[in-house]
Design a binder for this molecule. Structure first.
Ligand code: DGL
Length: 272
């Protein structure tokens, strides 16, 4: 039986629109509901308890919207809140950490290096959680993973500094030391970092960058098929955007992370 209910996607803010984009591309007919917690962003500097509480509130909201499943586009929320979310509601939940690690493993399979070394860059809270290490140990324990928090990158990207001298300097400050360790791959463990791909490719041409958004869409396809949740609609799906605050930069952020504007934006208040 086809299921025409929407897929719920959420992030701490609008960076997760990079994941929404990948999902929309792969599933043009699915209805999508995106929630961006623009009033409480960033999550990357917050404690595990707070990130879990916020994620559960957003999950409640999405369940009220009758979504058929939830994609947690935020790496920080995916690192902390998946278990609690799965306990709270009987609805499939997919995070972005496992797809990121799967994407890395798929790359490694294609090109066999002698010593497998990779790095993950992410927010402080994601790195502190150890989520990428834990996921990699389960899937591919032979790979050594360096972890590096890069807290200055999110504000830089949100200011539109995706290809500036200052961005290069800060990237070098963070990454030169791990690149010296002879790593072959860097997982972009944050919604925003795919926007730095071209500058990173220029700075470190020998390194393969792993973007989890495409692999998230691939894993979503498996999940929809497994659970019999695919839409039966022949028409293009609708995207509804909900935010917890209408900020001055909302339109700019939509353009930056989504490449255009979404028709309907609605503000909803969640508990604090
Ligand atoms: N969405 C967050 C993540 O992917 C980055 C922004 C934030 O710190 O909230 O980890």
């Amino acid at each position: 039986m086809p299921d025409n209910r929407a897929i719920g996607i959420f992030d701490s803010g609008l960076g997760g629109l990079t994941v929404l984009s990948a999902i929309k591309k792969k599933f043009p007919r699915e209805n999508l509901i995106y929630f961006g917690d623009t009033a409480r962003v960033p999550y990357g500097s917050k404690s595990r308890e707070t990130v879990i509480r916020y994620s559960l509130e957003i999950q409640d909201f999405l369940v009220e919207q009758n979504v058929k499943m939830i994609v947690v586009a935020c790496n920080t929320a995916s690192s902390h809140a998946l278990d609690e979310m799965r306990l709270k509601h009987d609805i499939p939940v997919l995070g972005v950490v496992e797809p990121g690690v799967m994407a890395l493993t798929n790359h490694i399979k294609k090109i066999a290096h002698k010593i497998e070394k990779a790095a993950v860059i992410a927010t402080r809270s994601t790195i502190k959680s150890g989520s990428y290490d834990a996921a990699l140990k389960k899937i591919n324990p032979g790979v050594y993973l360096y972890s590096k928090a890069c807290p200055l990158l999110v504000p830089l990207i949100e200011e539109g500094f995706t290809d500036r001298k200052a961005t290069e300097m800060i990237l070098r400050e963070y990454l030169d030391e791990i690149v010296r360790e002879d790593i072959h791959y860097i997982i972009l463990g944050c919604t925003h970092y795919p926007l730095l791909k071209s500058v990173m490719e220029r700075l470190y041409p020998e390194i393969t960058l792993i973007d989890s958004s495409v692999e998230t869409a691939n894993m979503l396809e498996e999940l929809l098929a497994e659970r019999d949740l695919k839409t039966g609609s022949e028409k293009n799906g609708i995207i509804k955007l909900f935010v917890s605050d209408i900020t001055d930069s909302l339109l700019e952020m939509e353009k930056l992370f989504f490449g255009g504007t979404i028709d309907s934006v609605e503000k909803v208040a969640l508990g604090w």
